[in-house]
Design a binder for this molecule. Structure first.
Ligand code: SF4
Length: 252
């Protein structure tokens, strides 16, 4: 059996493999404003009770593409795992959509055509399919990289594994961005699924190697909560000790 990787590690890996290794191999963590705001938003998302139609929160309301007569049950903080991929995590919100009668085949509708003599007029509950739709909450706005999309797709892959759904059954998810207060629908396409599996494999290989990649100073480092632990100005392969010390003295 594969040793489980946290779904959050995939996002760290896409942002910076070294950050992922510092957190998940070396067990380091540091907070900055962005991580605190993100954690607060996740806590809020998990706090509401299970209920229909997102408990009335505006950001949880389904997009206009969802028919209004669809029944929706909302589950918050659902624990996730996939034995096949070796992933564990927690979904902020999963909506379980029961398709409206208009979307169902005649033999699945709750008000089917009049029954013929000797036949039941309503299908068993298990005949009505429910479609899970994972929703991830993010504090910021859509990013240039695809870390949020990969994280959401990994959640969908876990749900398919846990619920014994065929690969590709969950066609869409959504990401709610706090900065824009917008819920973005995400197509869980074959390309995104392949990209997610590739990131899982690369992240696993790095974690099993136990080797933390060397630092490389980039613009994103200024947003990284581990900047003071990583010290990219001191530890990058191209930086000599004397060069680092000179820069440190000059900056005073
Ligand atoms: S400071 Fe830069 S190199 Fe270091 S972990 Fe963060 S993003 Fe990666």
């Amino acid at each position: 059996m594969l040793s489980p990787i946290p779904i959050s590690a995939l996002q760290h890996y896409i942002f910076c493999p070294r950050q992922c290794a510092l957190i998940h191999i070396e067990g380091l963590w540091a907070e900055n404003r962005l991580t605190v705001e993100g954690r607060t938003l996740h806590r809020k998302a998990h706090a509401e009770k299970v209920g229909p139609r997102g408990g009335g929160r505006a950001e949880s309301r389904p997009s206009k593409a969802v028919p209004r007569d669809r029944r929706i049950r909302t589950v918050r903080g659902l624990l996730l795992c996939s034995e096949v991929l070796g992933l564990v995590g927690q979904a902020d919100v999963v909506e379980f959509h029961v398709p409206s009668d208009g979307e169902l085949a005649p033999d699945q509708q709750s008000t089917p055509p009049p029954a013929r003599a000797g036949r039941s007029s309503s299908p068993p509950c298990s005949a009505v399919p429910t479609v899970p739709l994972p929703i991830e909450y993010k504090r910021g706005k859509p990013k240039r990289h695809d870390a949020d999309l990969v994280q959401l797709c990994a959640q969908a892959l876990c749900l398919e594994d846990m619920l014994h759904l065929a690969e590709g059954s969950i066609k869409a998810g959504a990401i709610y961005y706090g900065a824009t207060k917008h819920r973005m629908d995400v197509d869980l396409s074959p390309n995104l699924r392949a990209r997610t599996r590739a990131i899982v494999a690369a992240c696993r290989a790095m974690m099993e190697s136990g080797v933390t990649p060397r630092a490389k100073r980039e613009r994103k480092c200024s947003r990284c909560s581990l900047l003071d632990v990583c010290l990219p100005d001191a530890t990058a392969p191209s930086v000599s000790a004397s060069h680092y010390l000179n820069r440190a003295i000059d900056s005073r």
